[in-house]
Each structure stands twice: as C-alpha cells, then as structure tokens.
Design a protein around this ligand. Sequence first.
Ligand code: NAD
Length: 509
Amino acid sequence: MNATPANKIEPAEIVGHFINNRDVADDNRPAPITNPATGKTTRHVAMASKATVESAIAAAQDAFPGWRNTPPAKRARIMFRFKQLLEEHAEEIAAAITDEHGKVLDDAMGEFGRGVEVVDYACGIPEMLKGEFSRNVGPGIDSWSDFQPLGVVAGITPFNFPAMVPMWMYPMAIACGNTFVLKPSEKDPTAPMLAARLLKEAGLPDGVFNVVNGDKEAVDTLLGDERVQAISFVGSTAVAEYIYNTGTSNGKRVQALGGAKNHAIVMPDADIDNAVNALMGAAFGSCGERCMAISVAVCVGDEVADSVVSKLKAQIANLKVGTGTDSATHMGPLITRAHHDKVRGYVDLGVEEGATLAVDGRDLVVDGFEDGFFLGPCLFDNVTQAMRIYQEEIFGPVLCVVRAESEEQAMQLINDHEYGNGTCIFTRDGEAARYFADNIQVGMVGINVPLPVPVAYHSFGGWKRSLFGDLFAYGPDSVRFYTRRKTITQRWPSGGVREKAQFSFPGRQ
Ligand code: NAD
C-alpha cells in the first residue's frame, strides 16, 4: 500500500533501489529509517514489490553471460578499483552506519575494514579459479575440473553489520563470475547503496550488482524465482531456517547463517584481568548486537566467578553509554524501540527467573537523548541452564555469568546449547585449551581471543542451529559456494587410430 496523501512522503526522502547501475526511485510502502540515538525518523525506505524484485533479477540474468565470460583478471581489476574507492569513502560509509545503526563510529570503521578485507581477498580470484588438471589419466587422456559461476545469486542480510555482512557475500560472488541481487536490512540500507554506486564507478557492468530494499515480499520473491540459483542469508535462526527450507525445496543452493549464544569459559588459571577486559568489549561492544558477542561467561569455580563478577561491576561503572558520534562513547543505543523493549523484557524475565541482577542498566538515561533507544549494560550472576535468559539469544547488552565446577562441565553446557556460532576459553593451560578446541561443538573457537571472527582468507560460520547449509561465508568456502564444479575428460585420437567398441566399464589402463 502506498502512503496515503495525508502522510505522503516526498520520493526524494525515500531510499529506493539500485538496479542495472541506476538508482531506482520507489515510494511503495515506505518504512521509516530511525536514528537510534535520537529516536527520530530521518528518512524512509521503499519496500520493493514483487515486480521490482523481478526487474532486478531480470537485470542480473541479462548481465550474466557477459560477466561470466569476462576474464577473472579483469574482474579482479574492478575489485582493486572498488577497494580503492571504498577506502576513499570510508568515513562517509562509517557515518551512515552510525547514523542508522547507532554503533560507535570507531566500531563502524572496524566493521567496514573487515568487509574491505573480503574485497582484498576477492582481488586474488584468478588464482582461486585456476581449477585442477591431470594429464594422462589414461593413454592420451587428460582430465580437469573447472569452477564455473552459478548465475544469479541473491544475498539477504541483517541490520547489525550493514556494510560488512553484505561484503561477506557479493565481492566473492561477483568475482567468481556470478551476478548478484542484494536485499539488505530495511533498518539500515544506506551503506550497501553507497557501495553499489562505488562498484559502478569501479567499472562493474550494468546488472552485475543490484540492490533491492524491502521485507518479506522481496525475500519471498527471491526464494520463489527459478532464475535465482543460490541464496546467502545472514540473520536470526527462525528466518535462516525458513530461508534454507524454502530455498532448498525450490532447488537452490542455500547457506543460511543464524543466531548465537556465545559462551566464554574462564578457567581458574586464566589472567583474570585480561579476561575481564576481553569480556567487557565482547559483551557490550556494539551494544551486544553482534552474532559473535559473548553473552555467557562460564566461570570455573566460585572463586573465579566472584572475582570476575566484582571486576566486571567495577568496569561497567566506568562504561560510557552515549551517541555513536561522541568519541568518548563505548556503547551506543539499540537498533529500534521494539528491540530495546524486547531486550529490556529479557532483563525483567531474568529477575523473575531468579538470576541475580548484579548490574541493572534498565534505568539509564542519556542526557539530551531521552528518546534514544539506550539501555545500560546489564550483568546477571547465578544464571542456570534452565533459564530462558540462558537459552535464548537476547542480542543486547546483557551478560550472563554461569558457575561451573570443571572445564568438562563448562564444555558440556556449550555442547548442549542449540547454537554453536562462536566460543572462547581464557586459560594459561595449553592442554586445557587444546582439549577445548578439539572437542567443543562450535564453528569458531577462540583461545584467549574473545571474538574469534576469522580473517577474510579463512571462512566464517557456526555449527548446529547457527548455520543451515554446508559451507561457511567468505574465504575458501565462498569459492566453493559460488561456483559449480565441472570435470572434463578429453581425448584427441591421433594418427588415424580407430578404437573398437568397448562394452565393459572403462577401467585402469
Ligand atoms: P532478521 O532475521 O530479523 O532479518 C534478517 C533479514 O531477513 C533482513 O533482511 C530481513 O528483512 C529479512 N527478514 C526478516 N523477517 C523475515 C521473514 N519473516 N521472511 C523473510 N525475510 C525476513 O535478523 P536481524 O534482526 O536483522 O539481525 C539480527 C540477527 O542476525 C541475530 O539473530 C544475529 O545473531 C544474526 N546474525 C547472525 C550472523 C552470523 O554470522 N551467524 C551475523 C550477523 C547477525
């Protein structure tokens, strides 16, 4: 439904789409974009109709034959130029992230930088697409494997890393020779729109990269369209599972990364001060809205737990909550009023469930920003496995301390949890760390590293209900995800030799 005349929003104030290297204006069902620090609507974003998404898919489909046949070295040159342009526009993109997401500017710059690293990696695509070759697999017979692009690929991304998570996907997908339709989060769509314009400036041909803004209607169109060969999704587990089930039953290749509940074990021999510093950043950085945020600290032994809780309380007292544009701020607001209320509801629930609320951030007010979606850092002690605040992803500045008696018991908690995205152990004991890394049922493991987010030339993904599909995001797995193997066996009969018909299966020769 379009905006009614009474609340008509001028099209210039509505973020549209980017299709075929052109900005596409649209005023279909405009949804507000809010600055989380002020609580004010700054702009609107159009929700693409089915027809709009289909026009983006058509543009990508038309662009595919030419792009597929563009030499990988030429595709890499566009990536080099894109990387350079991204770096020139870093401040503008980081400012857009802070404006729409609320995270602190330094943190926005950090996520942006990690996204650019994937573009760096994509610049090496000719090396990665070299394929495999075996000469003389039989007399006069050679065999090789090619890695061919799939065609039109779609990406659907969450609000919490509006620049980085899309960059986990499209640089590698298009470097591999695919064309791409991105559906970013409707809460903070500006960073990917800026990147799309820079890709055009870098020389990317029309239709190779397209952005459609929207909601379920846009996503369902991508899921149902047979021209879309593969889907990369990052978001909450409920939606990830829906995307995976629907996409695969429609014959698509799907990787769907979901939610998390990341535990850190603090062993009795750990450097407790270092561990507490690490926990502070990992739990409260970006207001806890990271899929790799540490939301549970499992302390082995009451002595460790008492010390960790008291040191955390002291540090939280000095944590500055404020706007992302204030350079003194450590933690900004949550993304929306609705999410703020949901997270706050979990804090109320934790109290009802009997956990000890050691630090209560519920009444925090940031002077001058009373309408912002701020919530102070919260710390629960004596959290147990049966509590919902332990089981469910809260996705806010809430750290739960669970007390365990041994490393085995702490690890069992993690292995029993439905999520398996990231985890970490703080210890000085190499044997304990090695045992942990070897036996923990989690996809990304840190040893004295609280946020073990793999670098661009490794791959990112979780286990259990944190990832549906077989392959991780970016890194070597992305070449496998965004290409299809083809194995060719050839013989060129020479010297006029005629072969007799053979009726047995070709065996060792
Ligand atoms: P979300 O699942 O609400 O939204 C993700 C995307 O799906 C958005 O583009 C949204 O428009 C779309 N979407 C939402 N509901 C839909 C529906 N019913 N049908 C079809 N599409 C729908 O997630 P979010 O709130 O934007 O992001 C936070 C979540 O993302 C957290 O759970 C977090 O753990 C997760 N996340 C995971 C990773 C990871 O790597 N595993 C990384 C970042 C974020």
